[in-house]
Design a protein around this ligand. Structure first.
Ligand code: NAD
Length: 492
């Protein structure tokens, strides 16, 4: 057993990052930030005042006028440096993520890797954009040119479950293309982002290009409705995301809203179970089930049911639960005490609805961490699609087993779900896989993959109530932060 050292035991009162400076907030609203494995306060987060948010927006708006005028080669140089800084601080950001979120260290390292890849992807795309789309002589003596321009200041609103990565799904693209940003981390897991901004001070970016304010509802609403904000990117729940989508619409702004999920994993009778089971464990219990791409409903098709159930329950029951900084641990705690209570509430609801709890994770005990927000893996059998546990996003380590006769029926159930973030199939048949990929209404499809997470240079897809807007996160945000201008020229 090797337990990694915490970067710090306490991070003090977190700061805001405005106009190139680390600022102490004057807010009287300050809340504790927890380590979920220990139920200990490890930082305090101040919710920025309205005046502080306004100063951040003003400095970003002023920065825009100068930043967009810099040659792209100069902007790219800053972003390259950002990439190297993050790489240099890779391990410490990963450890802070585990300490504040609870996920195991290998998952945090995976998250920071994707953070870095998004910066690399932003550099690459910024160079390739220079192609241009011009045409001479569209009419006699007239030429037509297409110019891509940065739009202005954007706010980036983040969820609790990927505190290091999600800001970087958007920040590097916006900044390299000429748009200053204001990042609003989750108030539950603000430390990794706070740390990243303190590191980024070393970049000496022109003041106002990157800003960060802490807070919750009021801060987000101020950002969304501020006249100098061009648009927002939001990653979080469907409840908040759909509300913000309306608010953004009322104010005539742009939005990328990536929201909640309830993902289906289909296992066909011909699936290779030896390879499928480990993938299922990662899908359902990776990140302690707190991932928008996590498996939630496991659909056993035909006669795979008995064998699949037996192997899945056995493997899940053997997962080692504990503090994620212990490298031998396979699943950490959930992130908040409230989330733990909510998940237990759903387990009780499932029992009440008549589902059969065949693995009960409610009473797990972790030696050395008596107060942590731990839950073991839970598995329900005899689940039907109409049950609340099969429809609602539980966002915890709970798997529901459903049964169907054939693939068609499985696809029908999936397509009736309100959500459409991800859907995966395990099979040896190319024909079944193709049918699945073509007919399933979900944005991210896994074929013999349990977590269908798009790489940085692909868009992060999503459909139905899992996504509101037109353009997606990661590479798609290039079109989001810029707009096209068409110039038609005639010289006399
Ligand atoms: P959340 O909606 O509670 O919070 C997200 C952000 O919104 C936070 O920064 C929070 O401070 C802010 N917020 C909360 N209430 C608000 C309100 N009333 N008005 C304005 N802003 C408000 O989400 P969460 O619990 O932090 O994150 C988990 C959710 O995110 C899950 O539903 C998960 O599926 C989803 N998620 C989706 C994706 C995706 O790409 N589709 C990725 C990661 C997480």
């Amino acid at each position: 057993m090797s337990i990694l050292k915490e970067v710090r035991s306490h991070y003090g009162k977190l700061n805001l990052f405005i106009n190139g400076e680390v600022i102490e907030s004057e807010s009287s609203e300050v809340y504790p930030v927890m380590n979920p494995a220990k139920d200990e306060t490890i930082a305090k987060v101040p919710f920025a005042t309205k005046e502080e948010v306004d100063i951040a927006v003003k400095s970003a708006a002023e920065a825009f006028e100068r930043w967009k005028e810099l040659p792209i080669t100069t902007r790219i140089r800053y972003i390259f440096k950002m990439r190297n800084l993050m790489e240099a601080h890779f391990e410490e950001i990963a450890r802070i993520t585990t300490q504040n979120h609870g996920k195991i260290i290998s998952e945090s390292r995976g998250e920071v890797r994707r953070l870095v890849e998004n910066i690399e992807s932003a550099c690459a795309v910024a160079y390739s954009l220079s192609k241009g789309e011009n045409m001479d002589q569209i009419a006699s003596g007239i030429d037509e040119t297409l110019i891509r321009e940065p739009l202005g200041v954007f706010a980036i609103i983040c969820p609790f479950n990927f505190p290091a990565m999600v800001p970087f799904w958007f920040l590097p693209y916006a900044v390299v293309l000429g748009c200053p940003v204001i990042v609003k981390p989750s108030e539950i897991t603000p430390i990794a982002t706070d740390w990243a901004f303190k590191i980024m001070k070393e970049l000496n970016l022109p003041p106002g290009v990157i800003n960060m304010v802490h807070g919750s509802k009021e801060v987000v609403e101020r950002l969304v409705t501020h006249p100098k904000i061009k648009g927002i990117t939001f990653v979080g729940s469907t409840r908040v995301g759909s509300y913000l989508y309306k608010l953004v619409g009322e104010h005539g702004k742009r939005a990328i809203i990536q929201a909640g999920a309830k993902n289906f994993i289909v296992v066909m009778p011909d699936a290779d179970l030896e390879k499928t089971i480990p993938a299922l464990l990662t899908s359902f219990y990776g990140n302690t089930g707190q991932r928008c791409l996590s498996g939630a409903n496991l659909v056993a098709v035909g006669d795979v049911y008995e064998k699949l159930k037996e192997k899945f329950v056995k493997a899940a029951s053997e997962l080692k639960i504990g503090y994620g900084l212990d490298e031998s641990v396979e699943m950490g705690p959930v992130t908040t005490k409230k989330a733990r209570e909510r998940i237990i509430g759903y387990i009780e609801k499932g029992i009440e609805e008549g589902a059969k709890l065949i693995l009960d994770g409610r009473k797990v005990e972790v030696k050395g961490y008596p107060n942590g927000y731990f839950l073991g893996p839970s598995i329900f059998d005899n689940v039907t699609p109409d049950m609340v546990i099969a429809r609602d996003e539980i966002f915890g380590p709970v798997a529901n087993i459903l049964r169907t006769e054939n693939l068609e029926e499985a696809i029908e159930i999936i397509n009736e779900s309100n959500y459409g973030n991800a859907a995966c199939i395990f099979t040896s048949s190319g024909k079944w896989a193709r049918e699945f990929r073509r007919k399933v209404e979900a944005g991210n499809i896994g074929i013999n993959i349990g977590i269908a997470a798009p790489m940085a240079f692909f868009p992060f897809a999503g459909r139905k109530e899992s996504f509101f807007g037109v353009l997606h996160g990661q590479i798609d945000s290039v079109d989001f932060f810029t707009d096209k201008k068409v110039v038609i020229t005639r010289w006399w």
